[in-house]
Design a protein around this ligand. Structure first.
Ligand SMILES: [Zn+2]
Length: 407
């Protein structure tokens, strides 16, 4: 639910609203519809979420240390549980059989492991390991961690408060010492809309102020208050040398990440939104303009599927069957309306599992090449002629070969 807490303002464009609340935002470029209400936060009618999630993806690399192996620390800290896929479990077979055997072996090597040896030291390092955080470490219950996000948009001069649920925190670690931290977040309010979800995505993905004077959003759960720049070092503490902090609020502000993020200021985002077809504006072009404007990852015309042109002519609401998709270096997005069972029930599942794995593979290739390039570009360190320099060179060569053979 969007709540413009300071005064009555349009949560989409920030327009100052007077009582009685109009049915439609008076700003000509906006025109969003409001739900009637005498006081309290202004609530929106269009684009109510029927089914949705947002995945926040932090790609990072971690250096080879001569001390404790961070992957071993993750496996042994007690905070993470390794996700092991089994060839005898029909659910795991279902989850992994989308891929050709070669990719399956690369992404889900535990399918081919002898049970019981998964986390123990084996001769060859597995290509990929999946770990899941015990959400009780963040005060979470069976449904996840209930969070409140507070943020302020200084351009629109609107303050927002969103109820969120963090339902999963996953760590996917690859042999190239490249990892992905993946946070799955949902809007927890019953009336939450696409605007709320995108607002949450825009704020929560930020790990450093975007410009001078940018107010970092605040998260709270129970009595604990913290920001994303504290949450991330808490989740990745096994990659640092220090003891594990008791909670994100115990991480001092200004603590740097114990890994090397690929992007310094934001996480990648990967979202799915299924919207209520019955709560749309009657004006289809305006509706589509609002969708395009609100989305964080811009829709890609080539990747979006539109209904047949002749159907659009016969049926004024045919446009609701469009699948808007977008992919960029910021992430991926899929938006649909609940026009059929596929959109409502299955599209989100496929988008969040098989297609997300493809997205992760593409990101892995990009990120691994970037880190290899960076290591190779440091010619000074590689050509010193010392033992350390030769060791660095050997490691770069090994990782290049691994990448060539496996990706
Ligand atoms: Zn407005």
């Amino acid at each position: 639910m969007t709540s413009a807490t300071a005064s009555r303002q349009c949560p989409v464009c920030g327009f100052e609203l007077r009582d009685p609340l109009p049915a439609v935002c008076p700003r000509p470029s906006c025109g969003v519809e409001f739900l009637p209400g005498v006081s309290g936060p202004v609530r929106l009618r269009p684009f109510r979420l029927v089914n949705h999630y947002a995945l926040f993806v932090l790609p990072f690399s971690f250096p080879e240390t001569d001390g404790a192996d961070p992957v071993r620390r993750v496996a042994e800290s007690g905070r993470w549980r390794q996700r092991v896929f089994s060839a005898t479990d029909p659910a795991d077979v279902d989850r992994t059989e989308y891929f050709l055997p070669y990719i399956r072996r690369f992404l889900f090597p535990t399918l081919y492991e002898v049970p019981g040896t998964a986390t123990k030291g084996t001769d060859s390092t597995p290509t990929c390991r999946h770990f899941e955080l015990d959400l009780a470490r963040l005060g979470g219950g069976p449904k996840g961690v209930e969070l409140t996000l507070r943020c302020h948009d200084s351009r629109k001069k609107v303050s927002f408060q969103h109820a969120l649920r963090l339902t999963q925190v996953e760590l996917v670690l690859f042999t190239f010492r490249v990892g992905f931290l993946v946070l799955r977040v949902e809007c927890a309010d019953a009336g939450a809309t696409f605007f709320d979800q995108m607002n949450v995505v825009a704020y929560l993905r930020t790990i450093a102020p975007l410009y001078r004077g940018f107010e970092m959003p605040e998260l709270s759960t129970g009595s604990a208050r913290f920001g994303v720049p504290q949450l991330l070092p808490f989740l990745l503490a096994e990659f640092g040398g220090a003891l594990l902090p008791s909670g994100p609020e115990a991480v001092p502000a200004g603590t740097s990440l114990p890994v090397k993020p690929i992007y310094d200021d934001r996480m990648m985002v990967y979202t799915f939104s299924c919207l209520d077809k019955d709560a749309c504006l009657a004006d289809a072009p305006r509706c589509q303009a609002l969708l395009h404007r609100a989305t964080v990852v811009n829709f890609d015309k080539a990747a979006s599927t539109l209904p047949e042109r002749e159907q659009i002519g016969k049926e004024p609401n045919a446009w609701l069957r469009t699948r808007w998709q977008g992919f960029s270096k910021d992430g991926g997005t899929l938006v649909v309306f609940n026009t059929d069972a596929y959109h409502e029930r299955y599209a989100g599942v496929y988008h969040g599992t098989y297609y997300f794995d493809v997205f992760l593979l593409a990101a892995l290739q990009r990120v691994t090449l970037l880190t290899l390039f960076e290591r190779l570009a440091d010619t000074q360190a590689l050509t010193r002629g010392s033992g350390a320099s030769r060791r660095l060179m050997r490691r770069v060569r090994r990782d290049l070969l691994l990448f060539k053979n496996q990706c």
